[in-house]
Design a protein around this ligand. Structure first.
Ligand SMILES: Nc1nc2c(ncn2[C@@H]2O[C@H](COP(=O)(O)OP(=O)(O)OP(=O)(O)O)[C@@H](O)[C@H]2O)c(=O)[nH]1
Ligand SMILES: [Mg+2]
Length: 458
């Protein structure tokens, strides 16, 4: 078990668990040793310390003679609670003024205000969750699509941790056998079967590589995809944005140089969030200072985007223009889709078929389905199966890359028949990084950093 210093868990914490603002109800949560005492002091109608866990109680919450609110209390005695400690949830009326009074009263009787993520941090320190599960709690709260919700839930239920646990246990077994050999160094024995170990490392490498690979998709699921609409003035970029959003969001006009500032809006395609960025049309000669700033911004957005829609007027763009543009995207390693607009008035199509152009009419909303399909498939290049573990956390990715490196070292070591003590060190390094992910090995600063990204009350 972790030491006291890590959690400082002799104290009792309190925070508003529901969103701040006016609502039907607001829930205030307390966790820690004195939870029952503190709430008892405010709830004279029943002796809470004598009540069973997992029961609810209605009554007046009072500070001395002063009634604060009529509330419902939900009692959870540790370890059967979210944090593993004694916990009470006070459901009061949803007025921020009342909530503040309740929190102040709890503080007056001995609680202290919780830091962001501190309830979940305690759950982790009390062994209710491992670190990956705790981090998934934050992901679940922030999830805004079906796929991000499912990925987070899979990991909260321990999908990722179980996979890591399995690897860890197998490696520990080998590490101990190899370390045992060292005790018999003079007798030249081999307890750890090297062939079996080699197979295990192969299998582990495969799992680790799959997890690393899943990050690309995980990142898309968690953070969405930035799609910049880039093109010359009047190509129809703002018309396309409006068409994809199904609303008149951006100003459209026949005057070249209408859009000055970038406009960002999100759409959801098959459960993935795409942030569409309409930009100022790019041209080389403009005497308008503001338009020039806009153009600079367009180029910035183009460079930073995950995907660029290069939109052009199919009636005026020459093949040469298009080829030059494509060469530039390729040169800069920018992922792009050439999109030919205004196909409703196109008379002759003389573009090279190799370009894989999507022909649309933003004005008449034709070809949009095909375009959305292409946007999706270029960003999500595999089927999302949320039953598999999908890594969404950069911290996990960094550790997995270390594990990958360490597995390669172990394999090279086996190939070169290195002595057992060196092999054991390499296995321990690998175990260290595995432990860093699940939180078996970690330090106070790192924990504080991870949990500080949570919201208060969770
Ligand atoms: N015929 C036809 N006209 C279109 C189509 N899409 C856009 N337009 C027209 O083209 C003109 C320019 O459209 P915008 O959407 O403002 O073009 P833009 O690329 O945003 O232009 P800037 O903001 O100036 O860079 C408008 O008059 C639109 O009505 C289309 O699919 N077909
Ligand atoms: Mg525009």
């Amino acid at each position: 078990m972790m030491n006291n210093k890590l959690s400082g868990w002799d104290d009792t914490i309190v925070a508003l668990a529901t969103a701040p603002g006016v609502a039907a109800i607001g829930v205030i949560r307390l966790s820690g040793k004195q939870t029952f005492e503190i709430v008892s002091a405010l709830f004279p109608s029943k002796k809470l310390t004598e009540q069973l866990s997992h029961t609810i109680h209605v009554g007046l919450l009072k500070d001395g003679k002063e009634v604060i609110d009529e509330v419902v209390l939900s009692l959870f005695r540790g370890p059967k609670s979210y944090t593993g400690e004694d916990t009470i949830e006070i459901s009061g009326h949803g007025s921020p003024f009342i909530q503040q009074q309740i929190i102040n009263a709890c503080i007056k009787y001995g609680a202290r205000l919780a830091k962001p993520g501190e309830f979940t941090q305690r759950a982790f320190l009390n062994g209710k969750l491992d670190l990956t599960q705790a981090e998934s709690v934050a992901d679940l709260i922030l999830s805004n699509t079906k796929s991000s919700q499912k990925t987070a839930l899979h990991n909260i239920r321990g999908g990722f941790s179980n996979q890591l646990k399995e690897i860890r246990e197998e490696l520990i077994q080998f590490a101990s056998l190899i370390e045992l050999e060292l005790d018999f160094a003079t007798e030249d024995v081999e307890f750890a079967d090297r062939t079996k170990f080699y197979l295990l490392i192969n299998k582990t490498q495969q799992t680790v590589n799959e997890l690393i690979h899943s990050f690309q998709l995980g990142n898309v699921i968690k953070n969405g995809v930035n799609v910049a609409i880039i093109g010359k003035p009047n190509a129809g970029k703002s018309t396309l944005l409006n068409c994809l959003l199904n609303e008149d969001r951006a100003i459209v006009s026949e005057i070249a140089g209408t859009t000055r500032d970038t406009i960002e809006e999100t759409i959801n395609i098959n459960g993935i969030v795409f942030r569409l960025i309409d930009t100022a049309g790019i041209r080389s000669h403009s005497n308008d200072a503001i338009e020039n700033i806009g153009i600079e911004k367009s180029i910035e957005k183009m460079n930073a985007a995950d995907l660029v829609l290069y939109l052009f007027d199919a009636n005026t763009e020459t093949s040469e223009d298009l080829n030059n543009q494509e060469a530039m995207f390729k040169d800069k390693q920018i992922k792009y889709i050439p999109v030919a607009n205004k196909s409703d008035i196109l008379i002759l199509n003389n573009f090279d078929t190799e370009n894989e152009i999507v022909f649309i009419s933003a004005k008449n909303k034709s070809g949009i389905h095909e375009l959305k399909d292409k946007i999706y498939h270029l960003s999500v290049n595999e089927t999302i199966n949320t039953d598999n573990t999908i890594i969404t956390n950069t911290r996990h990715l960094q550790e997995l890359l270390q594990i990958k490196l360490s597995l390669t070292n172990i394999k090279n070591g086996l190939d070169q028949n290195i002595p057992g003590d060196l092999l054991a060190i390499e296995i321990r390094t690998c175990l260290f990084h595995l432990g860093e992910i699940t939180g078996e090995v970690t330090n106070e600063d790192k924990l504080d950093y991870i949990f500080s990204k949570f919201c208060i009350g969770k």
